[in-house]
Design a protein around this ligand. Sequence first.
Ligand code: SAH
Length: 212
Amino acid sequence: MVETQITGRGIKQKEVVDAMLKVPRHLFTEETFISQAYNDYPLPIGGDQTISQPYIVALMTEALKLDGTEKVLEIGTGSGYQSAVLSLMAHKVYSVERLSTLADRARKILDSLLCSNVVIRVADGTLGWAVNGPYDAIIVTAGSPEVPEAYMQQLKVGGRLVIPVGGEQAQELIRVTRLEGAFKKESLGGCRFVKLVGKYGWRAKETGSATY
Ligand code: SAH
C-alpha cells in the first residue's frame, strides 16, 4: 500500500510514510472488509460513514506540516484510523465525532494500540473544541459547504487547517494557514468525503442518529 499508493503518488514526508507503515489499517475496518483494508479506496465503517482512502489520509496529514510538537484538532474521528496516524506525528490529538457508536469503537481500537495522546469527544464538531484551543493544526475529515468560523478562530497564528469544502457530491481540499492578521488559502485538489453534519455544516436528516 505504502509503496504504490503513498510514496508512489508523491507523499514525501518521512514521518508520514513511517506512520502509514506502522498503523495496522485492517484493525480499523469492519470485519467484512478486512481483506480490502489496504486497497486504494474508502471503506464503510457503519452509520453510513467511511474510513478514508489511504492516499487521502497521507495527503491531508502531510499538508498539516507536523513536526511532532503540535496540538491537533481532528473533526470526524470515524474509525479512528486518521487519529492513529496523527497520534504518531503530533504531541496531542483532540478528536470530535458526532456518532457515539463510532467514537466508542475508535476509542477501543486506539486503546489497543496504546494511542494514549488521542482524546475523543462526542459532540458537534462544527463548533470546534474551544477549551483546548488554539491549535497548531486542524484537520476536518468530512465535507463542509463552507469553512466553519470556529476553526479559523481556534487556529494559532502560523497554524494550518485542512478541510474539504464544496457540494454534497464533490469537494475541494483546502489548506488555510493563519498569518498575522490574515488567512492564506490554497487548493490541494478535488476530493469526495461524507458530509460534515452539524450547526455550521450540512443539516442532519430528520432521521439522523446523532447522539450528543
Ligand atoms: N477520519 C475518519 C474518517 C471519518 S468519515 C477515519 O479515518 O476513519 C467522517 C466522520 O465525520 C464520520 O464518522 C462522521 O460521523 C463524522 N462527522 C460528520 N459530521 C460531524 C460533526 N459535525 N462533528 C463531528 N463529527 C462529524
